[in-house]
Design a protein around this ligand. Structure first.
Ligand code: MG
Length: 385
């Protein structure tokens, strides 16, 4: 089998105010979670990521790769699927169509749908309806009927098809603007469609509460089981000297002095890393980057953060929040709060709202008060099993 995926992420997000497939979920755009999961499935040879024109500009370049082609979407979902299908290589024989707003799909669901599609031609992953269904016929919401629940399943994606089955259905119903999934066209074209049992976790993010549910499920999954919340504390201080660049929170600031250190002396990132490592019980940055190691001379502290993030990921520790308090007499940092906070968030792969940054003076007391040093305190919260 050579499977191709059409990952549809061209919606404009009318129900959420902005495109839901790009809302942040644990610090990453929603669509990137399922993109990564598909890339992890060995049968998947190619992915056509279908984006709206605007998102192509903002995300296209970053998400394109050897196996991921970026395609511009159409006016309707089916037009977007057609555009995706048209760009898959000729030797792709099974095609999966997936909603960009379903970040929690698993490799297992994808693999079983692909295998079943190769066998039976057309597959819809679905789950049994849990609530009792009521059919209403009037705007006044009078119940007309209670259908037998066991007959109904909720359709999800990735819907998977042998290529010729999907091509046939899409070609026959060119004028259908209302279809909400491909399967209904495939059914109408006379092909049999098979249900594969999926998981209730494979939700579609449609309204704001879905994002909260997805967030909770994602944290639980990342932690690898029942989890707990832990807190870590970090501290760092560096001398402020002439003729050095001043780096704070990964941002180079204009100042006549900078922080002395083997690295760039970025006290904010050092304290933040120590807090995060401390919360996860992973030691401190000195253990990863010994100060006497000649290799660390002059390294950017961003590299220390990248290593810290990697260690947290290995331990399946999900960083939830960083609270940073810088103590400095100069320079004045309030005008830079947004930039510094945004930089920390980006480096630690967190949403902006999960970082707090503030600066205090030291009331002219001691070394910090005399402008001879800058210090930073950090508190990190992580969720882990
Ligand atoms: Mg340091």
């Amino acid at each position: 089998m050579r499977a191709g995926v059409i990952l549809v992420a061209a919606g404009t997000g009318t129900r959420m105010g902005r495109p839901k497939q790009f809302l942040p979920l644990l610090g990453r755009p929603v669509v990137e979670w399922s993109l990564e999961t598909f890339l992890d499935v060995p049968e998947v040879a190619e992915i056509a990521l279908v984006l709206a024109g605007e998102s192509m500009k903002t995300h296209g370049k970053r998400l394109a790769s050897e196996r991921v082609r970026i395609v511009e979407g159409g006016a309707t979902r089916m037009d977007s699927v057609r555009a995706g299908l048209a760009c898959l290589s000729a030797d792709i024989d099974v095609v999966a169509v997936h909603d960009g707003a379903r970040p929690l799909v698993t490799r297992e669901v994808i693999a079983s749908c692909l295998a079943e599609a190769q066998e039976s031609g057309a597959v819809v992953p679905a789950v049994p309806v849990k609530d009792t269904l009521k059919k209403v016929t009037s705007k006044q919401l009078w119940v007309a009927e209670t259908p037998m629940r066991s007959q109904f399943w909720l359709a999800q994606t990735p819907q998977c098809y042998r290529r010729e089955v999907l091509e046939d259905a899409l070609a026959r119903f060119q004028k259908d603007k209302a279809a909400t999934d491909e399967s209904q066209l495939v059914e109408r074209a006379g092909h049999k469609v098979k249900i594969v049992q999926s998981t209730y976790e494979n939700i579609k993010i449609t309204t704001p509460e879905d994002l909260a549910v997805a967030d909770a499920l994602m944290v639980r999954r990342a932690a690898g089981g029942p989890r707990e919340t832990r807190t870590g504390f970090g501290f760092d201080i560096h001398r402020l000297v002439a003729d050095r660049e001043l780096w704070l929170a990964g941002v180079k600031l204009k100042h006549d002095k900078g922080l002395l250190g083997h690295s760039d002396g970025d006290v904010v990132l050092h304290a933040a890393c120590d807090a995060a490592l401390g919360a996860a019980g992973l030691g401190e940055i000195g253990m990863m980057f010994p100060p006497d190691d000649p290799k660390i001379k002059g390294i950017a502290s961003k590299e220390i953060v990248a290593k810290t993030v990697e260690k947290l990921e290995e331990r399946k520790a999900v960083l939830l929040h960083l609270d940073l308090t810088l103590v400095a007499e100069e320079p004045k940092l309030r005008p830079h709060y947004d930039k510094l906070k945004g930089s920390v968030a980006e480096l630690f792969k967190l949403e902006n709202g999960r970082v707090s940054f503030k600066a205090k003076s030291h009331e002219k007391l001691g070394e910090i008060g005399r402008g001879e040093a800058i210090a930073c305190y950090a508190v990190a919260t992580v969720s882990m099993a």
